[in-house]
Design a protein around this ligand. Sequence first.
Ligand SMILES: [Zn+2]
Length: 258
Amino acid sequence: MNHLKKPVLPIVLLVILVTFGIIGARFFYDQPITGAPPYGESEEDAPALGELDWLRDWKRPDGPARVGVQIGHLNNEDAPEEQKRLRNNGGATGGGYTEVEVNAAVAEELKRLLASEGVLVDLLPTTIPPDYWADVFVSVHTDGNTNPTVSGFKIASSWRDLTGTARELVAILESSYQEATRFPKDPNISRNMRGYYAFSWWRYEHAIHPKTTAAIVEMGFITNPGDRKILVGSPEIPARGLADGVLKYLRSQNLLED
Ligand SMILES: [Zn+2]
């Protein structure tokens, strides 16, 4: 057994090194390298709910079900001054394709599917009209990763959902999207998603109205050959998954007839 004692010191040293390595890496990772603020808003920036009494008297405008579909990164170079950091964020690329062309193909098909059910659809670029309201807002994005084996979709709502229905929308979308695409669900919802600029009505003029039920969808990875095959080759599949979810949600809220 004596020979087992000898490696104890090197092992202790190794553990210490690894521990400090992890702490150091985390510290470094958390620091914005450029000094610019991170892309996503932090949860702490959102206002307390008590400050929002003025919303109590809000009433939905009359009219048919209305859905805003944002083509992620479209015309990002036209972002307003308050969101100028978006101007150099053109989105992910992979396999010779850009995220924005994938997002646009799916969003246009999604618009067609929803409109055929009587929904009023606004296709929106990076710049959201000030105080934009709709029954549902869906921001359509495609993810990227340096590791081409990473695949799957994820859907998130805002840190501050004042509609009370965004989680339900997300749950319905997750289920309909997975059913249509058969993609795995990626659990790595990021701050960039929950703090998405278009959700941050407390900070920006060009953001959704707080009574807009909203979700952001990362449809899959443009850098993964399997995801890309569906997203690029058959955009009607992810579009169908999203349309089914939005329609189901609208019906659950009595905003659309069966
Ligand atoms: Zn994106």
